[in-house]
Ligand binder design. Structure first.
Ligand code: C2E
Ligand code: CA
Ligand code: CA
Length: 795
C-alpha cells in the first residue's frame, strides 16, 4: 500500500473525490457555455444568411423589374422579332444603365447572346438557359471559371403571356470577394461568407477553387450535412475550429449547385463568454484549494481519535492507565468512552488478580509471592546494606495431623492466631503465609548475630498452649529455619528457599531452630547429578559389596556377615550409602541395586562355603520394596539358589508405615525359609503390639543406643529391656555399633546374642574376608572367649 497512514489515505481519497466532483461541474459548465455559444453563433449565422438572401433578392427584384419592363416593351419585342440587333442593343443599354448591373446582354431566339458572344459568362448563361422550357423569369447563381455570378433572366415573349419566347433579357452581378465582404458588414456577426459551388456532384469548392481554408472532402461532408439538417455545425480548418452554416442558393443551371457558407471562428463565438469561463476557472481553482484543505482537515479530524486510541492501547499494553481524553464527538467519542471503560475495568481486574495472586485466600495473609516481593523491595532499598534482614520460617509441627483432627478451618485459624502473636511482638515485621503450615517473618534491621537468638525467642513464645478459638486451645510445637541476608551475602531470589531449607534442616536434625547450612544446600543441588551417575553405575555394575562380620557370643566365632553396598565413584571416591540408597529409593533404582547385591552375596556365600566358611548373610531390604509383590517373588526365587542362610534386614519403620502390606510380605519370606531381622530397632518408636506380630528371627538394636551404653544410664536400660523383650518374643538380638571392649562385655552380660561393630571388624571387601576369618577364629578359638583386645579402639 502506497499510503500507509489512514489520514493520508483519507486525504487523498476525499481530495480525489471532491476534485473529481469539481472537475465534472466545471466541465459541465464549460460544455454548456460552449454549447450556448455555439447555439448563439448558429442562430446568428442563420440570421446572417437570411440577411444575405434578402439583400440579394432585393437586388434581383430591381433587376427583374427592369428586365420585365424591357421584355414587355412592344418596340423591343418587335426589334427582337425582326432580329434588329442594333435597336435591341440600344434599348438594352438604356435599361442596363438604370438597373446598375455589372453585366447584361440579350439572348436571341437562336439561344445565343446577341452581344459579346465571346464572353464566357454570357456563353455559360446562354447554355444554362438553352433548355429552359418555361416562360417565367429565372434567377440563380452560376459559376464560371470558378467565379460565382448572380443572374437574373427575363424571357421576352412574342405575345403577352404567350407561349412563344423570342429570347432573354439577362443581368449578371458578380458575387466576388468584394461583394461578399460588403454584405458581411450587414450581418449581425462578423461571419466569413463564401460561395461554394458543386459541379455535377463533385466536391464543394469556393471561388478560388480551394476549400476556403478547409479540407475539401471534410468541407463537402459538412455542407451536405448542414444542408440536410438545416443547422450549423463545427468544422475544423487551418484557422482552428469554427461554426459554419450552409444556406442553399438557387442556381441557374441544373448541373451546378451553390451554397452560401457562413463560418464563424469558435474563438470569436466564445469571446463573449470569456469572463464566464474565467470566473468558472477561478471558482474551480479556489474550490480545489478549499477541497484539498478541507479534506486534509477532515481526514485529520477523523484519524486523530484513531491515533489517540492506538496510543492509549499501546499504553495499556505497557501497563499504563490507557485512558483517552475524550474530545472526539459522535461515534468516535462513544468508542473512546467504551475504550476508557474497558481500560478501567481491565485495570480493576488486574488489580484483583494481583491481589489474589499475592494473598492466601483462606486467611487473607500475604502469600509467598508477596513475601518475595517484599524482600525484593527491601533489597532495592538500602535496608540490606544498612542493618541486614532476618528471614525466619516458622513451621507448625504435625500440621497435617492437626488439620485431620480439628478440620481445615481450624488449621487456618491457628495460622492466623500465630500471625497475630508474632505481629504483637514484632510490630515492624512483615509476616506472610508461605505454605499451609509455614509462616514467614521478615525482620529488618537485624544483625547476623541476632538472628538465631531471635528465632529461639520466637520458638519459646510459640511452643506453648495457645488459645486458637474461643473454646479451643492447642499445644503448639514449631520448628524454625533462619536465613540472614547481610552485606556479604546479598539478597538473592532464593532467600526464602534457603530459610525454608533451614527449616527442613532443623526438622531433619530434630532441633528447634536451624540456620541455613550452605553445605547441605549444595549437596541438594548435587543430588540431581548424583542420580544420573547412580543409574550409570548400576548399568555398569560398578557397585561392590563389603561384608561386616557379626560375632556370636554363644558360638564364640564369626557366624554371619552383613552385606553393605559400596560405590567407589571415579571422581567422587566412596559415596555414602545412606545418601545414594535414599536416591535409589526415591527413583526406583533400589530394585536393581538390591538384586545386584543379593546376587553378589549368593555367589560369595557359595565361594566362602567352598573355602570352608559357613556363614549366614544378612542383606538390607528397603521397606519400599515390601509393597512390590512381583519384586518380592523375584527375591524369593533368587534366594532359593543360596547355599546358606539368607537374612533380610528390614527397618522397623518400614513395617510400621503400612503394617498390613509389610506383615504380609514378611510372612511370605518367612514361609519360604528366609530369616527376617528388624533393623535399627529403637529409632522408630514401634509399639509392642506391632513387634509382637512380626515373625522376625532377629532384632538389631540401633547403634545410637549401643554407643551410649557405657555412659548413659537410660540407654543401658533400653538395651537391656530390648534384649529381654526380644528373647521373650523368641528372637535373638544383635547389637550394632559395638566399638569398645566395655560395650562388648556389657552386652554379653546383658545376654545379647551377637555383636557387630568396628570393635570386631569394619566392613571389608570379599577378598579380605577369608584372611580375616582365618586370622580371627585362629586367635579367638574356644566358645566363650572374647575377641583379642587389640581390635577394640581405646576410647
Ligand atoms: P545399617 O543397615 O544400619 O548398616 C550399618 C551401618 O553402620 C553401616 O554403615 C556400617 O558401616 C555402620 N557401622 C558398623 N559398625 C559400626 C560401628 O562400630 N560404629 C559406627 N559408627 N558405625 C558402624 P553404612 O555402610 O554406611 O550403611 C549405612 C546404611 O546404608 C545402612 O545402615 C543401611 O541402611 C544402608 N545400606 C547399606 N547397604 C545397603 C544395601 O545393600 N541395601 C539397602 N537397602 N540399604 C543399604
Ligand atoms: Ca542393616
Ligand atoms: Ca542398623
Amino acid at each position: 500500500m502506497v499510503f500507509k497512514r489512514l489520514s493520508t489515505r483519507l486525504s487523498v481519497l476525499y481530495g480525489a473525490l471532491f476534485a473529481f466532483g469539481l472537475l465534472m461541474t466545471a466541465l459541465t459548465g464549460y460544455i454548456s457555455v460552449v454549447n450556448n455559444a455555439r447555439q448563439t453563433a448558429q442562430n446568428e449565422l442563420q440570421a446572417s444568411a437570411r440577411v444575405f438572401q434578402r439583400v440579394w433578392s432585393d437586388r434581383d427584384e430591381v433587376q427583374s423589374a427592369g428586365a420585365l419592363l424591357l421584355a414587355h416593351d412592344t418596340d423591343f419585342r418587335q426589334a427582337m422579332l425582326q432580329q434588329d440587333a442594333a435597336t435591341v442593343s440600344e434599348d438594352f443599354a438604356v435599361l442596363q444603365k438604370r438597373v446598375k448591373a455589372d453585366m447584361g446582354f440579350v439572348i436571341g431566339a437562336d439561344g445565343q447572346p446577341m452581344q459579346g458572344r465571346s464572353d464566357p459568362v454570357a456563353m455559360a448563361v446562354a447554355a444554362a438557359l438553352q433548355n429552359a422550357r418555361d416562360t417565367k423569369n429565372r434567377t440563380g447563381v452560376i459559376t464560371v471559371a470558378s467565379r460565382p455570378y448572380q443572374v437574373v433572366a427575363m424571357p421576352v415573349l412574342k405575345t403577352y403571356n404567350g407561349p412563344d419566347r423570342l429570347g432573354w433579357v439577362v443581368f449578371v452581378s458578380q458575387l466576388d470577394a468584394v461583394e461578399v465582404q460588403a454584405l458581411q458588414k450587414l450581418a449581425p456577426v462578423s461571419a466569413t461568407a463564401t460561395i461554394l459551388t458543386q459541379t455535377r456532384g463533385g466536391l464543394w469548392m469556393d471561388g478560388s477553387g480551394q476549400g476556403s481554408g478547409y479540407a475539401a472532402d471534410a468541407l463537402s461532408f459538412f455542407v451536405d450535412n448542414s444542408l440536410r439538417t438545416g443547422a450549423a455545425g463545427p468544422v475544423s480548418g487551418h484557422n482552428g475550429q469554427a461554426i459554419a452554416f450552409a444556406a442553399r442558393l438557387q442556381t441557374l443551371g441544373a448541373d451546378q449547385k451553390s451554397v452560401l457558407l457562413l463560418s464563424y471562428p469558435l474563438k470569436a463565438a466564445l469571446r463573449d463568454y470569456q469572463p464566464v469561463i474565467s470566473a468558472l476557472a477561478l471558482i474551480g481553482g479556489l474550490g480545489l484549494v478549499f477541497v484539498v484543505l478541507a479534506s486534509l482537515y477532515l481526514s485529520r479530524s477523523l484519524s486523530r481519535p484513531i491515533q489517540d486510541l492506538t496510543k492509549a492501547a499501546r499504553a495499556l499494553r505497557e501497563g499504563g492507565a490507557g485512558q483517552i481524553d475524550i474530545v472526539a464527538r459522535y461515534e468516535m467519542g462513544e468508542l473512546a468512552e467504551a475504550f476508557n471503560d474497558m481500560a478501567a475495568s481491565m485495570q480493576a481486574r488486574e488489580q484483583d488478580i494481583t491481589r489474589l495472586a499475592k494473598c492466601d485466600p483462606a486467611t487473607g495473609l500475604p502469600n509467598r509471592s508477596a513475601f518475595e516481593d517484599h524482600l525484593r523491595a527491601l533489597h532495592d532499598s538500602d535496608a540490606v546494606e544498612q542493618g541486614g534482614v532476618a528471614i525466619v520460617c516458622i513451621g507448625v509441627d504435625r500440621y497435617t495431623h492437626i488439620r485431620a483432627v480439628w478440620g481445615v478451618a481450624y488449621g487456618h485459624s491457628l495460622m492466623t492466631r500465630l500471625q497475630e502473636i508474632l505481629g504483637g511482638i514484632f510490630a515492624k515485621a512483615y509476616i506472610a503465609r508461605l505454605s499451609g503450615d509455614t509462616l514467614g517473618l521478615c525482620l529488618t534491621p537485624c544483625a547476623a548475630a541476632q538472628a538465631l537468638p531471635l528465632a529461639r525467642a520466637i520458638a519459646a513464645r510459640l511452643d506453648k498452649r495457645i488459645r486458637v478459638t474461643e473454646d479451643q486451645s492447642l499445644d503448639v510445637r514449631v520448628s524454625l529455619g533462619v536465613y540472614h541476608v547481610g552485606k556479604t551475602r546479598g539478597a538473592t531470589d532464593d532467600c526464602v528457599e534457603r530459610a525454608l531449607i533451614a527449616l527442613d534442616q532443623a526438622r531433619a536434625a530434630k532441633v528447634k531452630v536451624a540456620s541455613f547450612d550452605p553445605r547441605v544446600y549444595s549437596e541438594l543441588a548435587d543430588t540431581l547429578l548424583l542420580t544420573d551417575q547412580l543409574h550409570a553405575a548400576l548399568q555398569n555394575r560398578d557397585m561392590m559389596v563389603y561384608y561386616q562380620p557379626k560375632f556370636s557370643y554363644r558360638e564364640g566365632r564369626i557366624s554371619s556377615v552383613e552385606a553393605l553396598v559400596r560405590w567407589n565413584h571415579a571422581e567422587r571416591g566412596f559415596v555414602s550409602p545412606q545418601r545414594f540408597v535414599a536416591i535409589a529409593e526415591e527413583t526406583g533404582a533400589i530394585r536393581d541395586l538390591t538384586l545386584q547385591v543379593l546376587q553378589t552375596c549368593i555367589d560369595d556365600q557359595k565361594r566362602l562355603k567352598a573355602a570352608g566358611f559357613d556363614l549366614d548373610v544378612s542383606i538390607n531390604y528397603s521397606g519400599r520394596l515390601l509393597s512390590d509383590d512381583a519384586f518380592n517373588q523375584r527375591t524369593l526365587r533368587l534366594c532359593q539358589q543360596a547355599v546358606g542362610r539368607i537374612c533380610l534386614e528390614i527397618t522397623e519403620t518400614a513395617v510400621i508405615d503400612d503394617p498390613k502390606i509389610g506383615l504380609a510380605a514378611i510372612n511370605t519370606f518367612v514361609d519360604a525359609g528366609l530369616e527376617i531381622s528388624i533393623d535399627d530397632f529403637g529409632t522408630g518408636l514401634s509399639s509392642l503390639a506391632y513387634l509382637k506380630q512380626i515373625p522376625a528371627h532377629e532384632l538389631k538394636i540401633d547403634r545410637a543406643f549401643v554407643m551410649e551404653i557405657e555412659s548413659g544410664q537410660r540407654d543401658a536400660l533400653v538395651v537391656r529391656s530390648s534384649i529381654d523383650l526380644a528373647h521373650g518374643l523368641g528372637m535373638k538380638v544383635t547389637a550394632e555399633g559395638v566399638e569398645t571392649r566395655a560395650a562388648f562385655t556389657l552386652l554379653q552380660a546383658m545376654g545379647c546374642d551377637l555383636a557387630q561393630g568396628y570393635g570386631i571388624a569394619r566392613p571389608m571387601p570379599y577378598d579380605a574376608l577369608g584372611p580375616f576369618l582365618t586370622d580371627f577364629n585362629g586367635v579367638v578359638g574356644g566358645a566363650d572367649v572374647s575377641p583379642s583386645g587389640q581390635r577394640f579402639a581405646s576410647r
